[in-house]
Design a binder for this molecule. Sequence first.
Ligand SMILES: C[S@@+](CC[C@H](N)C(=O)[O-])C[C@H]1O[C@@H](n2cnc3c(N)ncnc32)[C@H](O)[C@@H]1O
Length: 290
Amino acid sequence: MKINNSNEKLLENISKNGIQKPIYPYFTSTDFTLYHADSLEIMSRLPENCIDMIFADPPYMLSNDGFSCQNGKMVSVNKGKWDKSNGFEDDLNFHEAWLKQSHRLLKPEGTLWVSGTYHSIYQCGYLIQKLGFHILNDVAWFKPNAAPNLSCRFFTASHESLIWARKDKNAKHIFNYETMKNGKFPEDPIKKEETQMRSVWSIPTSPQSEKELGKHPTQKPLSLLKRIVAASTNEGSIILDPFNGSGTTGIASKLLGNRNYIGIDMNKDYIELTRNKYEQLNNQKELFSI
Ligand SMILES: C[S@@+](CC[C@H](N)C(=O)[O-])C[C@H]1O[C@@H](n2cnc3c(N)ncnc32)[C@H](O)[C@@H]1O
């Protein structure tokens, strides 16, 4: 089934705003739009109550010149300038700005997912409550293949947290309960067949096969995003990722089909990588082994 680009009307707000300089998408097709821009700039131009689901994987602010272990080698934890902390107050203000926009953009029944580690997730959790979202779950994503701890002075970090919240406590949000209960999740030994999906998910970090066209230093695994998109959106849903990175959310949306995706990233290389992945997917689905 081919869907109409219901993004089209929304995107007019960004390019034909009249007052501000137009911003055109870097790439757009019937169901997939990418902006190479600051997410606040794009979000502030969209009308309120227009998005069904936002997945945000914001900078964790953990690039503090430390070291970690990768394939048995000592490597810097620095991901890029975008991941450097500017101090507690500035980080909090940054998160507040994009979360405020997220609240404005979501439809009343819309939901927000935010991922993070302790470097950022408590700040985001505090703001999510302050801004009036209603928390539905906090999901622990357990990474069975997480890198070992080099210092041997504390526990090996092997999970991330995901907060799932709805905009309006009284609205009916999407939760595809049956798909979560009866779907196939072969990567996850915690999920038993035909039992309710729990809030602890065991999913390995991104495999090499998902990095064939290029990689991102904090790339999320497709299995994680497919689960999130399948749980909290339906056909026709409009999905926004303000921190697109390598486009995992968009690729998951495309794989599930008949969704509209808008991704924003200020790094052109990541936007170009996402576009290549999208185009490859259109020609060769088995690359992503669905
Ligand atoms: C944690 S990564 C997202 C990774 C992504 N989930 C994936 O699976 O590849 C965060 C991304 O946000 C982008 N970013 C940071 N601040 C931004 C901003 N203000 N506007 C747009 N993009 C931003 C960075 O360039 C980076 O690619």
